[in-house]
Design a protein around this ligand. Sequence first.
Ligand code: AOF
Ligand code: ZN
Length: 359
Amino acid sequence: MRRGLELAALGPAVGDHARVGAVILSPEGDVLAEGWHKGAGTPHAEVDAMAKVDPEHLRGATAVVTLEPCNHTGRTGPCAVALLEAGVARVVYAIDDPGADVHGGADRLRAAGLEVVSGVLASEAEAFLERWLLSVRLGRPWVTVKWASSLDGRAAAADGTSKWITGAAARQHVHEQRAAHDAILVGTGTVLADDPSLTARGDAGELLADQPLAVVLGDRAVPADAAVRRHPRGLVTLPGHDLATSLGALRGHGVHSVFVEGGPTVASALIAAGLADEYLVYVAPVLLGGPRVALGDLGVGSMPARRRLDVLSTTALGPDLLVRARPQHPGPPEHPQHLDDGATLDHHDDGSTNDRSTT
Ligand code: AOF
Ligand code: ZN
């Protein structure tokens, strides 16, 4: 299974597909073949692996797969049937397929008399596929919110200029993150103020191989001559005010992960709605002061309602610092509290309360 996860990682990191790996073993435990899924419309991992084995050697073999074999006819046929017809005796997989139309492969195989084992390296497989799994389970893409700010949390100087707060290393890191998501999203305010191209570029300004889809959120029109209209992957505009619905609409474009690059209005609205899954904050050793803060109102009226994050890593990028963090409690706040609530106590998951207002 560990090898299966390595194979899965050979598949494209972005795109409308799950990255899956498979290893076929003989009854004696020898590796007969390896396979992995290479992107939407190509053979699934177990079928890719089986195609490399002489059919007579598949009889009685074991298939080790990082995701439950599918049970549906999508862009390819059901893997459960392919395994059955090949005469495979045993299937070992890591995690269940969360897809409503796709799952059920394990039950089908068991019903046909195969030995089926699930849950092997499940937490590793879950972590490896976390963006795709969240997207299928919640019906909206994984959302990474990024901003760059001064040490005092400002995203621009008083006149609105923000080029550049962070240095070249941080900005290059941002471009790599753009390429590692299916889409890049900004609000119409950012399009009108900055005219961004929303492409992923290398050191010399060249386009990287993976380009995120450009997405603009908001009701104001994107000007006809806006740079984003010349985006190599094309532009999707999302009007309307229901953020979850707007994000959900991106699934129809094959988007499982979104990189949100501003501005403060869009980022704050997504965070306030509990729709931010990860934060990438690039902090520069400069002070800007003034009114142009990186985030606006999050509905945090008083300390008990503060959004707690876990820091996953801090990385020096030249003179700047990248903080990668995630919400401690994903989703919208259960009990939003405002200043006029008069509440001063923290509520913990275990039901206990204590005053932590000074921490
Ligand atoms: C597997 N093995 O290697 C992968 C699976 O449109 P399709 O036919 O490519 O089906 C896509 C769905 O199949 C995808 O959403 C996920 O649920 C599953 N992916 N299943 O048995 C694989 N990549
Ligand atoms: Zn399949």
